[in-house]
Design a protein around this ligand. Structure first.
Ligand code: NAD
Length: 428
C-alpha cells in the first residue's frame, strides 16, 4: 500500500502547473511552428473572438438575493457555430473559460465537425444550492446569455457540475423567450426532448475505439492486451467496459481513493461506476494501490481518465505502459510529454481520444434541426466511423512527418482552421 501520492502530487503541481490558457497557446504555437501558415492567422487564434461576462441574481430559498458571475468564452467560429460545455464550479475563471474554449476549437477541427470552440461557466458550488435555486440560476443565466447562444450561434453542453436537467432548463428558458421550441440550442439533453441516445457514454466509447485502433496500429492483438484505467466515471468506466467486452484484459481501475489491481483481470461490468455509485471501486477493498502506483503498472495500455496533470516530469520516467491513451482532458503535462516522447512511448491525445462526446453532441444537433431521432445503433455506428476517419487523418501525419500523435492531431486541427480563415479572409 503506497502513501507517497499526496506529497508527490503537491510537488508536481507546484513545479509544473500550467493553466488551460497557457496549454492552449503553447500547443497553438507548437503546431504553427510545424506548419507553413500565415502568422497573422496564428495571431488571431491566440485570442477569443468574444467573452461574455454576466451577473446572475437569484432569489435564494430564504428570500435573500444572491448574485453570481457567469462567463461564456467564444474562441473561433470560422468552421461553424461555437460549441462547448458549461460548468458550475467555484474555481471557474474568465481565463479558464478562454483556454478551454480554445481546446474545443482544436477538438472540433480534428474531428472535422463543423463547429468552433466555446466554454462557459458560473462561479458557484452547485452543491450549495437547492434544486429550485439551481433551476432559477440556470434560467436567469440563459436569459442573460440569450443573444450570445442559439442553435446557429453557440451551443452549450453539460460539463462539471451541470447535467441533462441543466440543459433541459436552458432549452426551455431559451425556447420560451424565442416563442418556439428550439432543442438545438443545447446538447446533452434528455432524449425525450431531443437528446441523443448514446451521448452519455460517447467519450468513453471513443476512448475505447481509439485504443483498439492504436493496438491495431502497433500490432498488439486486443486479446493479449492488458489495460489500466485511472478513474471509473463516465469516461473511464465506459472505456474499460467496452475494451473488456472486446477482449482486452482490464487489470486495474481506480477512483479518487485508490486503485484495485488483479493481473488476471477484473470483472469491470460488475464494478459500479462513479455515476452508479460514487467511490464504490475501492469500498471495503483490502490492499489498494495508490492512484500514482496505477500509473506506473507494467501494462500494455494506460488510460488516465480521471483528472488533469497526473503524468508529469516527476513520474514519466517510471511509466511502464507501451501506449498511453488520454481519456481525461490534459492528463499529461508538457514536461511529462517530453519525457514520454524521448522514451518513445506513444501518447494518443485527449483532443482525439475523448472527442466522442462532442461528436455525438454534433449528432444530437443534427437530429434536433432535422426533427428526426437516430437509433442507438446508428449513433454508435456513425461515431465509430467518425473516430476511424479522424484516426486515419492523424495517423497519416504521424507516418508522413514522424511527429508525435499530439503534434499530429494539432497539425490536422490547425491546418483545417487556417485554411478556413484563409479562404474566408479578414472582414472588413
Ligand atoms: P466522473 O466524475 O464521471 O468520474 C471521475 C472519476 O475519477 C471517478 O471515478 C472519481 O472517483 C475519479 N477521481 C476523481 N478525482 C481523482 C483523482 N484526483 N485521482 C484519481 N481519480 C480521481 O468524470 P468524467 O466525466 O468521467 O471525466 C473524467 C475526465 O474526462 C475529466 O478530465 C473530464 O474533463 C474528461 N472528459 C469528460 C467528458 C464527459 O463528457 N464526461 C468528455 C471529455 C472529457
Amino acid at each position: 500500500m503506497a502513501t507517497h501520492s499526496s506529497t508527490a502530487q503537491a510537488d508536481r503541481e507546484s513545479v509544473e502547473y500550467e493553466s488551460a490558457l497557457q496549454t492552449a497557446r503553447r500547443q497553438l504555437a507548437r503546431a504553427a511552428s510545424l506548419l507553413d501558415i500565415d502568422s497573422n492567422i496564428v495571431e488571431r487564434l491566440k485570442y477569443p473572438a468574444k467573452i461574455h461576462e454576466v451577473t446572475v441574481p437569484i432569489e435564494r430559498d430564504d428570500g435573500t438575493v444572491e448574485v453570481f458571475t457567469g462567463y461564456r468564452a467564444q474562441h473561433d467560429s470560422v468552421r461553424g457555430p461555437y460549441k462547448g460545455g458549461l460548468r458550475y464550479h467555484p474555481s471557474v475563471t474568465r481565463d479558464e473559460c478562454i483556454g478551454l474554449s480554445m481546446w474545443m476549437t482544436w477538438k472540433c477541427a480534428v474531428m472535422d465537425i463543423p463547429f468552433g470552440g466555446a466554454k462557459g461557466g458560473i462561479v458557484v458550488n452547485p452543491k450549495d444550492l437547492s434544486p429550485g435555486e439551481r433551476e432559477r440560476l440556470t434560467r436567469r443565466f440563459t436569459q442573460e446569455m440569450r443573444d450570445a447562444i442559439g442553435p446557429n450561434r453557440d451551443i452549450p453542453a453539460p460539463d462539471m457540475g451541470t447535467d441533462a436537467q441543466t440543459m433541459a432548463w436552458i432549452m426551455d428558458a431559451y425556447s420560451m423567450q424565442e416563442g418556439e421550441t428550439t432543442p438545438g440550442v443545447v446538447t446533452g439533453k434528455p432524449p425525450v426532448i431531443g437528446g441523443s441516445y448514446g451521448r452519455e457514454e460517447a467519450p468513453g466509447r471513443s476512448v475505447a475505439i481509439i485504443t483498439r485502433l492504436a493496438c491495431d496500429y502497433y500490432d498488439m492483438p486486443l486479446s493479449d492486451t492488458s489495460v489500466a484505467v485511472q478513474g471509473f466515471g463516465s469516461v473511464g468506466a465506459n472505456a474499460a467496459r467496452l475494451l473488456d467486452s472486446w477482449g482486452a484484459n482490464v487489470v486495474a481501475v481506480s477512483d479518487v481513493n485508490g486503485a484495485i489491481y488483479d493481473p488476471d483481470g477484473l470483472d469491470v461490468a460488475e464494478i459500479p461506476s462513479h455515476d452508479e455509485e460514487p467511490e464504490a471501486v475501492t469500498r471495503d477493498v483490502e490492499g489498494l494501490l495508490s492512484n500514482d502506483e496505477l500509473l506506473e503498472l507494467d501494462v500494455d495500455v494506460l488510460i488516465p481518465a480521471a483528472v488533469g496533470n497526473v503524468i508529469t516530469e516527476t513520474n514519466a520516467n517510471a511509466i511502464q505502459a507501451d501506449i498511453i491513451v488520454e481519456g481525461a482532458n490534459g492528463p499529461t503535462t508538457s514536461g511529462g510529454d517530453a519525457i514520454l516522447d524521448e522514451r518513445e512511448i506513444p501518447v494518443i491525445p485527449d483532443i482525439l481520444a475523448n472527442a466522442g462526446g462532442v461528436t455525438v453532441s454534433y449528432f444530437e444537433w443534427l437530429q434536433d434541426i432535422n426533427r428526426r431521432a437516430w437509433s442507438l445503433e446508428r449513433v454508435n455506428e456513425e461515431l465509430a466511423s467518425e473516430m476511424e476517419t479522424a484516426w486515419d487523418d492523424v495517423r497519416s501525419e504521424v507516418d508522413s512527418r514522424g511527429v508525435t500523435w499530439r503534434d499530429a492531431a494539432y497539425i490536422v486541427a490547425l491546418s483545417r482552421i487556417a485554411k478556413a480563415h484563409e479562404s474566408r479572409g479578414l472582414w472588413p
